[in-house]
Write a protein that binds this ligand. Structure first.
Ligand code: KIV
Ligand code: ZN
Length: 511
């Protein structure tokens, strides 16, 4: 097979990143973008883990056309049954079941023998095959599993009906040569391996997730599990944009394709940043702000003479347009809708109207409106309503200056009741945050506060991100406004509403 299947797990493993949780509506939005991007498989969630995950798997399986839709399930009867229930009626369903196979996990965590784990794996693959034709099995912590035992398990699950065997480097421990040799070992030692696709799932604890995935592909893996921007548990998963662009840019050496429409990589990255609030570092390969920015005079000189002197792939090939200036105050609703669609936002009429009004107001103030401004408007105006608001801001006034103690006056609605209070702080933002926590009677800890001028100029929209923690939950909140104090208040209130949702979801969680 000369194509590598791209299995996206942004909505499952990616969502396990602290603070990256998404609600059902947001997951459906990302899934729609993943379908445009051309991923082969979307891991839409872990159906049994919460009602929200169940609903996401179900909605994505029914609403998104193109990719196979998959639910994760432990090798437990109830998990498989609930995954099958969420996927019922889907056109291309897959159940992905897993159990640990390393002695470290079996002895210390599962208190199970190797024979028991293998038996359970086989039984659960058979059970999953009773529901769907397409079953993936993962021996968790495979890279630290005894290789002869791993071959035995892989052979047994394929005989039981697994159509994909996924080899995870769960703790990001493997080295590229070692991991490639493991995949080769599986190819050489598992007699029925030609009946299944070998997949890999690498974590980035040592910064090797992409290198390990690539080494696996060079040794016969034909499915790679990855996430947009590499988000995921701890240091994350292999980054999809890197894997895809390595295969595309170095096809001369590797000779393999993917089905990805690469010009959607950057818009997809922006969409995930916008929804999760997890920023991408500026020097991140492919999608970082500096990935195509040439600073040195020598490089700029070379580029002007011939692009290929310093550019191994074009920014356009990953969806970064040459000029990000898109519109001004004369742009119409139609152009606005089509730009949003290119950026991955398909809005209904009501949401489009709200975003368009806000865009017009901004275009009146600013001569130039950039993609980033538009994304911030959609995030702020449209996506925010997906978090059911216990708290909302009605009015805000702040006074500060040299020689006066900053003071804020805020009116908020809390559970539909209006509350007005005034208070002081060390600075205007401090005064506002203190007051909001007094009004909402919340005791969260502020872990991070950052302000980003979305585009150049003092009239730019300021985007504020706050990270809060309370009772073991970590959430991000975002707010955008040309007045950064208002943006800060919106971000803080958004985070508090997300915390409320988390607390509610925890109560509803099944496992
Ligand atoms: O990292 C891991 O091992 C996983 C499995 C569930 C595939 O996420
Ligand atoms: Zn994982």
């Amino acid at each position: 097979m000369d194509t590598v299947k791209i299995f996206d797990t942004t909505l499952r493993d990616g969502e396990q990143s602290p603070g990256a949780s998404m609600n059902v509506e947001e997951k459906v939005r990302v899934a729609r973008q993943l379908a445009k991007l051309g991923v082969d498989i979307i891991e839409a969630g872990f159906a049994i883990s919460s009602p929200g995950d169940f609903e996401s798997v179900k909605r994505i399986a029914h609403e998104i056309e193109g990719p196979t839709v998959c639910s994760l399930a432990r090798a437990i009867e109830k998990d498989i049954d609930v995954a099958a229930e969420a996927l019922k009626g889907a056109s291309k369903p897959r159940i992905h079941t897993f159990i640990s196979t390393s002695d470290i996990h079996l002895e210390h965590q599962f208190k199970m023998s190797r024979a028991e784990a293998k038996k359970r794996a086989v039984e659960m693959v058979e059970r999953a095959r009773g529901y769907v034709e397409d079953v993936e099995f993962s021996p968790m912590d495979a890279s630290r599993t005894d290789s002869d035992y791993l071959y035995e398990v892989v052979e047994a699950v394929i005989a039981a009906g697994a159509t994909t065997v996924n080899i995870p480097d769960t703790v990001g421990y493997a080295l590229p040569d070692e991991f490639g040799a493991l995949i080769k070992g599986i190819k050489d030692n598992v007699p029925n391996i030609d009946k299944a696709i070998i997949s890999v799932h690498c974590h980035n604890d040592l910064g090797l997730a992409v290198a390990n995935s690539l080494s696996a592909v060079l040794n016969g893996a034909r499915q790679v599990e990855c996430t947009i921007n590499g988000i995921g548990e701890r240091a994350g998963n292999a980054s999809m944009e890197e894997i895809v662009m390595i295969l595309k840019t170095r096809k001369d050496m590797i000779g393999l394709d993917t089905n990805i429409n690469t010009e959607y990589l950057y818009p997809s990255s922006r969409l995930v940043v916008g929804i999760t609030g997890m920023m991408v570092q500026p020097n991140k390969a492919i999608v970082g702000d500096n990935a195509f920015a040439h600073e040195s005079g020598i490089h700029q000189d070379g580029l002007l003479k011939e692009k290929t002197t310093y550019e191994i792939m074009s920014p356009e090939s990953v969806g970064i347009s040459k000029s990000t200036l898109v519109m001004g105050k004369h742009s119409g609703r139609h152009a606005f809708r089509s730009r949003l669609s290119e950026l991955g936002y398909e809005l209904g009429d009501e949401d489009l109207n709200k975003a368009f009004e806000r865009f017009k107001a901004l275009a009146d103030k600013k001569k130039e409106v950039f993609d980033e401004d538009i994304e911030a408007i959609v995030q702020d105006e449209v996506l925010r309503i997906d978090v059911p608001d216990r708290f909302s801001l009605t009015e805000l006034a702040v006074s500060s200056g040299t020689g006066t103690e900053p003071e804020a006056n805020i009116t908020m609605e809390v559970d539909g009741k209006k509350i007005e209070k005034s208070g002081k702080g060390d600075g205007p933002v401090d005064a506002v945050f203190n007051l909001i926590s007094t009004i909402t009677e919340t005791k969260s800890k502020l872990l991070r506060y950052s302000v980003n001028a979305i585009t150049g100029g003092t009239d730019a929209l300021g985007e504020v991100t706050v990270r809060l923690s309370e009772a073991g939950h970590i959430v991000l909140g975002q707010g955008a406004h040309t007045d950064i104090i208002i943006a800060s208040a919106k971000a803080y209130i958004n985070a508090l509403n997300r915390l409320e949702l988390k607390k509610k979801e925890k109560k509803e969680r099944l496992v």
